[in-house]
Design a protein around this ligand. Structure first.
Ligand code: CA
Length: 219
C-alpha cells in the first residue's frame, strides 16, 4: 500500500516514515502544502497522512480541494493538541480520522491500518484462501500453517492483491501502489515478484490473466 505523508517537521516526518516502512508500506514524503496538493491529486495513493499546519499551503484548503475534485482517498489529519476547532474543521472538510500531536506511534499505525482496512471493505485483517493465509497487519504469509519468508517488495505485492482480492489488478495498477514516486518502475520486475511469490506460496494462489494482470480469489 502506498501512502503520502505531508509533514514539515523533519524529525517527526522521519519517525512516521520509518514506522510505516517497517509495516511494509511504501511512503512518499513531502514537506510543504504545494507538493502535497500536487501529488495528492495526481498519484493514486491508498491513504494520505496530512499535517494541517504546512508551509506554503494549509492542509485544510488542500483537503477541501481534493474532496471538491471527488478524490475520495482516505485522509488522516495531524492536528495540534489544543486544536479542537481544527479537528472539527478537518472532519467537516472530509478527513476520515485525526490524531493529535504528540501521539504514540503505535496509535498512529493502528489508525492507518484501520483506515486501509475500511477502504478495502475488509472486516478481518486475516485473509484465507485454501491453505494460504495472509495477515495484512503484519504482512505475514503462511502456507499450511508454516510461515513463508517474504521480501519487503513481495509482501507489498501480496498485500495489494489480497486487499483487492476477487478483482483483476493490472501490472500498471500494481506498480503504482508498490513503488514510491521517485522509484524506477519497471513492469517486468512485477512479473519477477509474482514468479517468486508463486514459488513460495504455490502456483494456485495468484492467478495470471494473460496480458491483463493478476488476481487472488478468496476461498
Ligand atoms: Ca506542521
Amino acid at each position: 500500500m502506498r501512502l503520502l505523508l505531508a509533514e514539515d517537521d523533519p524529525a517527526l516526518s522521519d519517525q512516521i516514515r520509518q514506522a510505516l516502512v517497517q509495516e511494509g508500506r511504501v511512503v512518499d514524503v513531502v514537506k510543504d502544502g504545494e507538493e502535497a496538493a500536487f501529488l495528492g491529486s495526481t498519484e493514486p495513493y491508498d491513504m494520505i497522512i496530512l499535517d494541517l499546519g504546512l508551509p506554503k499551503r494549509d492542509g485544510l484548503s488542500i483537503l477541501r480541494e481534493w474532496r471538491a475534485q471527488k478524490n475520495g482517498v482516505p485522509v488522516l489529519i495531524l492536528t495540534a493538541r489544543d486544536g479542537w476547532s481544527q479537528r472539527v474543521d478537518g472532519l467537516d472538510a472530509g478527513a476520515d480520522d485525526y490524531i493529535t500531536k504528540p501521539f504514540h506511534m503505535a496509535e498512529l499505525l493502528a489508525r492507518v491500518r484501520a483506515l486501509l482496512r475500511r477502504r478495502m471493505g475488509q472486516q478481518s485483517p486475516l485473509f484465507e484462501a485454501g491453505t494460504f493465509s495472509f495477515d495484512t497487519r503484519m504482512g505475514r504469509a503462511t502456507v499450511e500453517g508454516i510461515a513463508v519468508d517474504l521480501t519487503a517488495q513481495e509482501a507489498a505485492v501480496l498485500t495489494y492483491l489480497v486487499n483487492n482480492s476477487g478483482r483483476l489488478v493490472s501490472r500498471t495498477e500494481l506498480s503504482e501502489h508498490i513503488y514510491a514516486y521517485d522509484a524506477d518502475r519497471d513492469s517486468n520486475t512485477i512479473a519477477v515478484f509474482i514468479a517468486r511469490l508463486r514459488k513460495k506460496l504455490g502456483a494456485q494462489v495468484i492467478q495470471t490473466i494473460r496480458g491483463r494482470g493478476y488476481k487472488i480469489d478468496p476461498a
